[in-house]
Design a protein around this ligand. Structure first.
Ligand code: PMP
Length: 356
């Protein structure tokens, strides 16, 4: 017998590399290439650091109120956490306590199975079809909960709203979590369905479209009942999750709608341009509605391209996993960064004789 027999053993999630070197082109963790709203910088510069003596507002009231107003919800319908990873993990712990398996796609955000293992939740992965689309009937079976990313990651695909509504409607005995980390880049949000379905929890983040991955803000929206249950678990775990600086910076970001729309628009325009350029170089891309592109070259293996790019300090994401081992996930950077990527690929594929 050893103490090690009682350890909760987990295989942790592996996040994309965060290279320490300056001047790398970092297109591997779907960060936004543009700075946060200027008002966020103002908050940081003028921050009354004496206020740090006190604990933060455990109800995160100002940020909850700003988000509720932004989404046309009541404050009782919003929950804020330390990035959407924190919110999702807490939601798994709160809502998935059935003996029946929770359901999510075989190709999706690779944290879902890690949380399921951590919280000892049985789960079943439902295969996407050959076009990486979800198969509706796979979610119309008995289950202990459902998690869908829309748009999905790393494929970038969106699922039709009518299909999502059918799934939510058919599963009123379990909670359906909609992970909308990328929805601002061209997807359609399920937030309007919250009034109709008490079992729907929609999760969004400040990490992508609000350029604040380093601040760690994520939030959930749902019926007052769902949000109360989530708060009960949070206050049984750690009351002070969001710090004082983060609350003020988050509010400042939400208030500047024009800037938000401007940077999201820039990312979308770059994405569409790069999709066309990649097609010219022999890549097939999914119809991504996110801030990344999921691309496979017709002849050159993704692993080879990943390594060649990395050697040039251009970081993209690659998974050596079934069904997606020939794809690269490329985050949308600035126009200049994407030009460097395209220029490198053009030269590399040219030298391989792939562009005749
Ligand atoms: N959901 C999906 C689908 C993601 O890709 C990510 C980013 N890795 C997250 C949630 C978590 O993002 P964050 O914790 O930064 O809000």
């Amino acid at each position: 017998m050893s103490w090690e027999n009682n350890v909760r053993r987990v295989v942790p999630y592996v996040a994309g590399e965060q290279p320490k070197k300056a001047n790398v082109i970092k297109l591997n963790t779907n960060e936004c290439p543009y700075p946060p709203a200027p008002e966020v910088a103002a908050i940081l510069h003028q921050f009354d650091y004496d206020s740090l003596r006190k604990y933060p507002d455990q109800n995160v009231s100002d940020l909850v109120a700003a988000l509720a107003e932004y989404h046309g919800l009541s404050k009782q319908q919003v929950f804020v956490g330390v990035g959407s990873d924190d919110v999702l993990s807490m939601a798994f712990m709160t809502f998935f306590n059935s003996d029946k398996p929770i359901l999510f796609p075989d190709i999706t955000y690779s944290f879902y199975d890690v949380w399921a293992e951590l919280h000892r939740i049985p789960y079943q992965c439902q295969p996407l079809d050959d076009n990486f689309c979800i198969v509706k009937k796979d979610y119309l079976i008995e289950n202990g909960g459902i998690v869908l990313a829309n748009p999905n990651a790393p494929t970038g695909n969106v699922t039709n709203m009518s299909v999502l509504e059918e799934i939510i409607q058919a599963n009123q005995e379990s909670v359906v979590i909609m992970d909308e980390a990328y929805v601002d880049f061209g997807g359609e949000s399920c937030v309007p369905l919250i009034e109709k379905y008490e079992n729907l929890l929609v999760v969004q983040t400040f990490s992508k479209s609000r350029s604040m991955a380093g601040m760690r803000i994520g939030y959930a929206m749902g019926s007052e009942k769902l949000i109360k249950y989530l708060n009960d678990v949070k206050f049984s775990f750690n009351s002070y999750t969001i710090n004082t600086v983060t609350i003020a910076a988050g509010v400042a970001s939400v208030k500047n709608k024009a800037y938000f729309q401007e940077i999201v628009g820039k990312v979308i325009a770059t994405r569409e341009r790069v999709k066309v350029e990649l097609a010219r170089l022999g890549f097939a891309c999914t119809d991504s509605k996110t801030n990344f592109i999921f691309a496979s070259h017709k002849t050159v293996p993704a692993k080879e391209l990943f390594e060649a790019l990395r050697a040039q300090e251009i970081y993209v994401r690659y998974w050596n996993k079934p069904r997606i081992h020939n794809y690269l996930r490329i985050s949308i950077g600035t126009e200049k960064e994407m030009d460097s990527l395209l220029c490198f690929l053009e030269n590399y594929l040219g030298e391989c004789g792939e562009l005749q």
